[in-house]
Design a protein around this ligand. Structure first.
Ligand SMILES: Cc1ncc(COP(=O)(O)O)c(C=O)c1O
Length: 441
């Protein structure tokens, strides 16, 4: 039994698709109508010609650096120093229109500093998406915070607020939103929920640099946010991280956690000035080379996001006309980006074939597609071992949203350069497989 989608727009789309009413849909009730040459062809799986013949070499190349980065890094090597760090932080502030930023040597150190800045009593509970990474969750043990694993909406793969509501206790203090694979969480709803329940909103924005909700960039919704700038990310510095803060107190506390040299740069009345030199035991400063890469990549971010999104839209608009095939649901007001993969879902009942059979047929056509199955966060051994936690994480009994996403998701490549031939041929391959879906049932 699949979880019901509550969004009316998606329901309308599904209706149109199952009835074959959209203009570009060639199939009615599984039978081919005229005008689709692909459908007449035999599946590659059954000896026919492959639909995808274009080379994909270099199509997912990332990160991409140019002569600007090379020149600036070379200049740093000739005259070493830390200047690029402040320049990068300043550029980030301007781009995001935020008052406080701190660059770190990776996303984990940015997110860990953010958790320290929370300064919450031991045993405080933080709602975290189960369909997520461990990077901002495992460090909660350092500060006696308790991760509470929450289910995701299987249509977005982001936090399910209905499940959040069920997991509230008298100790819940914060909610950590992760914008999964380029799709921002519905931050307006999350902030309204947090306000109602007096929770602090935090963001792990490592997968969606530059994305927006209601015109506001992600990272600006939470009280604090952390970004990974690792080499695969939409804004790659090979290794790097950035944290954003709205509040001066959070900023000074977070910065003091891992920057022994900065407390005496705070205003005279800062309670953290006295920790100059010792800090709190970590050293989490970004490497200046990474700061240079981050600054140049930030300048190119919007253009690259827009080009990538336009290309994936071309393919996705075409193939999601096919019954049972959808992308991560993008609600009105949300401006997504793409990161690393193009994620889609196959609803087997509507598609009339299993995900496994569809993938096998697509692969035979030359499509680079695999099932996407995420290892649910709560299943990692560390979250169940009392040796590593003074306050044990709260594990869920059931996660139907995560299970559904894991049953239905498939991943296609995110092409980071213009690939018109691949777009065309992937579209042909999907249409051919769907035209033959009766034989794959
Ligand atoms: C969602 C998410 N958060 C945090 C991180 C941690 O970032 P880093 O690898 O830069 O420490 C990652 C890294 O892959 C991530 O995917």
């Amino acid at each position: 039994m699949e979880k019901k989608h509550t969004h009316t727009e998606a329901t309308r789309r599904d209706f149109l698709k199952t009835t074959g009413a959209l203009g570009a849909g060639f199939y009615l009730g599984g039978a081919m109508t005229s005008g689709n040459a692909q459908a007449a062809e035999a599946l590659a799986l059954k000896g026919g010609a492959k639909a995808v013949t274009a080379s994909a070499e270099g199509s997912t190349r990332w990160p991409i650096y140019g002569s600007e980065e090379i020149e600036a890094v070379t200049a740093l090597l000739k005259d070493p120093g830390y200047g690029p760090i402040a320049e990068f932080e300043e550029a980030w502030k301007v781009f995001h229109d935020c008052p406080f930023t701190k660059a770190h040597f990776n996303g984990t150190s940015a997110l860990t500093s953010m958790l320290f800045a929370l300064d919450l009593p031991a045993g405080s509970e933080v709602l975290v998406a189960n369909y997520s990474t461990w990077f901002p969750v495992v460090p909660m043990r350092f500060f006696d915070l308790v991760p509470v694993f929450v289910d995701v909406n299987p249509y977005t793969m982001n936090l399910d607020l209905e499940d959040c509501a069920k997991r509230l206790t008298g100790k819940t203090r914060a909610i950590l939103a992760v914008h999964w694979f380029g799709l921002p969480c519905e931050m307006d709803d999350i902030t309204a929920f947090a306000k109602e329940h007096d929770l602090i909103v935090l963001e792990d924005a490592s997968h969606a640099h530059g994305a927006k909700v209601n015109g506001v960039r992600i990272g600006n919704w939470g009280r604090m946010a952390g970004f990974s700038l690792q080499g695969s990310k939409p804004l790659p510095a090979i290794e790097g991280g950035m944290a954003m803060y709205k509040d001066r107190g959070d900023f000074e506390r977070a910065v003091t956690y891992g920057n022994y040299e900065l407390p005496n740069t705070f205003p005279d009345d800062s309670p953290y000035r006295k920790y100059q030199g010792t800090a709190f035991g970590s050293k989490l400063r970004i490497h200046p080379v990474a700061a240079i890469l981050g600054k140049f990549q930030l300048e190119k971010l919007e253009e690259r996001n827009a080009a990538g999104k336009a290309q994936m839209k071309k393919l996705n608009d075409r193939i999601t006309q096919l019954p049972g095939l959808t992308t991560q649901y993008v609600r009105e007001g949300i401006e997504r980006v793409f990161y690393s993969k193009n994620m889609l879902f196959i609803d087997e009942a509507k598609a009339g074939m299993s995900r496994e059979n569809a993938i096998a047929a697509l692969q035979a056509e030359g499509v680079d597609v695999t099932a996407f199955t995420w290892t649910l966060l709560h299943t990692y051994p560390i979250f169940g071992e009392s040796k590593y936690w003074r306050q044990m994480p709260v594990l869920p009994d059931a996660v139907p949203g995560c299970d559904q996403a894991n049953r239905q998701a498939i991943q296609l490549p995110y092409w980071t350069s213009d690939q018109p031939e691949l777009v065309e041929q992937y579209g042909d391959a999907f249409e051919k497989v769907w035209a033959n879906r009766k034989s794959l049932a």
